[in-house]
Design a protein around this ligand. Structure first.
Ligand code: ADP
Length: 477
């Protein structure tokens, strides 16, 4: 059994803005079930929601700041969660990265530097917790200074750094670096300096013993200029320490047989009941109720990465088809406005919900027939996996984890029952539209459609295999 400190800025169900939270919550749960002593450390944001007891356990001082460490459990599990409680940084409404108006926190560098410093104190067993991890597993830029600071410690635990998205690097001006009082020896081009700026992400990539990312394809892609966001050289230099481990999903939370968020539960045998969710979805979103019409769904942060511009380009042609399109998401205000405009002029075909809504997300997965994910890049992606579990056929671009988890529908993949969706390559309106049309054509062949659905529903997307890959990695350190 290994002792693992899992450092993350979000974990479902305590707080979630995206896939990192899903992965933190479900991977840690899977590791604990496999017998590892894994504990989470994360900031104590005001927005954290829990029904579990939260108790004070210690106070430590980092850079003139008194920080309390609170202890709770990951809801529904025995996993210990340590909350870094520093009200002047974290006790504000909003999410981990932006305030209530969607504006990034002006003091993000200070907030996550403090968080990293506390994680290092915990990792070095200097926080009165009487526990020293063998491995510190860090995630994304918010934890990037942990491997960097630990590299200066004597008798430190091993470090793993997982990249969930290369697009977010935590880069700040040199003046911010100076005000943070970080150790001078980290500031060099082979350290956390990046073109005369401070890069949190580089701290993770340079100083960790092992780097992982969330799919094998993305592990290769980020070593190239198109996907590396300027760090491709560093990543290919460290390629022998870099591997891709595909994300699993929480099989309990995303289970069409037991899901309490949906109208009618179903499985492969009772697949006909899926239509009741479609009706419920249409009713809830005030679309014409029609069991037959194909419903296309999309749930996403509305950012360029997700190919929302491609969707906007396709909408006029999509509207010529007999279909309904439902979207749930928030992000870029320009996208939100354009989507709204489409919905306003075609209320009988398009429903746009701007915001974050966990229940609706489940209902869309259960009620839609087709799920769109035309991402320009996608480290792993989770909704295309949830879709397959819910008999909703994904249409995805061939990149990152989408390429690794969806099998295109072709004559041979239909024959050997491996086909689970529709895959296109070029990030263009034409290519996406062609894939949508391929899906719509097959939708009119119920027998074949059902085969696609059951192929996806039969697949094992649990953490079992991937959690073991992480355990192997920990074991080698
Ligand atoms: P990313 O982490 O890049 O946002 P992922 O596909 O890895 O993308 O994970 C996104 C997660 O966030 C999924 O669980 C998805 O259902 C959820 N999600 C995204 N937007 C919303 C929303 N507006 N409402 C509810 N859930 C959302």
């Amino acid at each position: 059994m290994k002792k693992i400190l899992f450092v993350t800025s979000e974990a479902h169900p305590l707080i979630k803005t995206g896939g990192l939270a899903d992965v933190s919550g479900s991977l840690v749960k899977a590791l604990a079930e496999l017998g590892e002593d894994v504990r989470i450390i994360m900031p104590n944001y005001q927005a954290i929601k829990t029904t579990e007891e939260v108790r004070y356990i210690s106070t430590i001082y980092v850079y003139n700041c008194a920080v309390n460490i609170l202890e709770t459990r990951l809801p529904g599990t025995e996993v210990i969660v340590w909350l870094v409680d520093c009200p002047e940084f974290f006790n504000f409404p909003g999410n981990p990265y932006v305030d209530v108006h969607g504006k990034p926190w002006a003091n993000s560098a200070e907030r996550f530097t403090l968080f990293c410093r506390v994680a290092v104190e915990v990792a070095m067993n200097r926080s009165y917790l009487d526990w020293k991890p063998d491995v510190v597993h860090c995630n994304d830029w918010q934890s990037g200074l942990v491997p960097a600071l630990l590299s200066l410690e004597y008798s430190r635990p091993a470090t793993v750094f997982t990249i969930h998205n290369m697009a977010y690097q935590g880069v700040f001006p040199r003046s911010t670096y100076q005000s943070l009082n970080l150790p001078g020896q980290l500031w060099n081009p082979n350290g956390i300096e990046y073109h005369d700026m401070l890069s949190f992400l580089k701290g993770g990539l340079i100083y960790s013993d092992r780097i992982t990312t969330v799919s094998p394809t993305y592990a290769k892609e980020i070593q190239t200029e198109d996907f590396g966001f300027g760090l491709e050289g560093l990543l290919s230099h460290r390629k022998h320490f870099l591997s891709g481990i595909i994300n699993g999903i929480d099989m309990d939370q995303w289970n069409p047989e037991t899901d309490t968020n949906i109208t009618a539960t179903f499985n492969r045998v009772t697949l006909h009941k899926k239509a009741l969710n479609k009706i419920a979805l249409q009713e809830r979103l005030l679309l014409p109720v029609d069991k037959k019409i194909p419903v296309l769904g999309l749930i996403s942060r509305l950012v360029e990465q997700k190919g929302i511009d491609l969707i906007l380009d396709c909408l006029p042609e999509m509207l010529e088809q007999p279909l309904q399109f439902v979207l749930l998401g928030s992000g870029n205000k320009g996208y939100e406005q354009q989507l709204h405009n489409f919905a306003e002029s075609h209320p009988d075909k398009i429903s746009i919900t701007i915001g974050y809504d966990e229940t609706l997300a489940h209902l869309i997965e259960a009620g839609a027939d087709i799920f769109l994910m035309p991402s320009r890049f996608e480290p792993c992606g989770l909704n295309q996996i949830y879709s397959q579990r819910y008999g909703t056929i994904p249409v995805v671009r061939k990149t990152g984890g989408l390429a690794d988890t969806v099998v295109d529908t072709l004559a041979d993949t239909l024959n050997d029952n491996t086909a689970t969706g529709f895959v296109f390559s070029e990030a263009s309106q034409g290519a996406l539209m062609e894939a949508i049309k391929r899906a719509l054509i097959l939708y009119d062949h119920p027998k074949t459609w059902k085969r696609l659905q059951t192929n996806g529903m039969r697949k094992d997307f649990s953490w079992a295999k991937s959690a073991k890959q992480y355990m192997n990695l920990y074991g080698h350190l």
